[in-house]
Design a protein around this ligand. Structure first.
Ligand SMILES: CC(C)(COP(=O)(O)OP(=O)(O)OC[C@H]1O[C@@H](n2cnc3c(N)ncnc32)[C@H](O)[C@@H]1OP(=O)(O)O)[C@@H](O)C(=O)NCCC(=O)NCCS
Length: 158
């Protein structure tokens, strides 16, 4: 159970977070309409994902102070064809939604991305995922395209 008012910190994700990340993301995958991922995430897959993150990737974790449990993760991975752009993903524990975890991850993310020289952040969101679309719009993303059931939203770092 996650308390309504919970203190947490945001730090870089580590390989040792892989089990907690899989536990957080698998119920979101199971929901069916929230992410393009369809296969259950395994711990070795997530460990390997973290170990092989490309240079200039940022992967952040929000950790509840009282319990050291994971509340959410957000990553931004450089676009191989556009070095000034990265692709963002956000996953917040379904039991911790609408408590500002996603927004705080993003505020911390902006500091990292600015230092790393990125100018644009891109989010690819399932069209029917109204919650995530509202979330990114609230953060300042602008929806620019709709391709094959996915909405592309962009944020400019100025
Ligand atoms: C979408 C998601 C990342 C939002 O994270 P969150 O921590 O719940 O969001 P926050 O509490 O920081 O919300 C910040 C603001 O975004 C908007 N917002 C967030 N979720 C929303 C929703 N479901 N409906 C409408 N607006 C929403 C609100 O304006 C909110 O501010 P408010 O609560 O003060 O009104 C989270 O719900 C999630 O992980 N969902 C499942 C996975 C997913 O869809 N990820 C995106 C894949 S592209």
């Amino acid at each position: 159970m996650i308390a309504a008012e919970t203190a947490y910190r945001v730090r870089r994700a580590h390989v040792s977070d892989a089990g907690a990340i899989a536990d957080l993301i698998n119920p979101i995958i199971a929901d069916g309409g929230l992410t393009a991922m369809t296969e259950n995430m395994t711990v070795p897959d997530q460990e390997s994902f973290i170990r092989s993150l490309p240079n200039r990737s940022v992967y952040l974790a929000a950790i509840e102070d009282a319990t050291d449990s994971l509340l959410g993760v957000q990553d931004c991975l450089p676009d191989p064809d556009r070095p000034m752009q990265c692709d963002i993903s956000t996953f917040v524990d379904l039991k911790a939604s609408r408590r500002g975890v996603g927004r705080n991850l993003f505020n911390e993310m902006l500091k990292h991305l600015d230092r790393l020289g990125f100018r644009t952040i891109r989010a690819v969101i399932r069209e029917e995922n109204a919650g995530a679309r509202a979330f990114y719009r609230t953060l300042g993303f602008i929806e620019t395209a709709n391709q094959n059931g996915k909405v592309i939203a962009s944020y400019r770092l100025d």
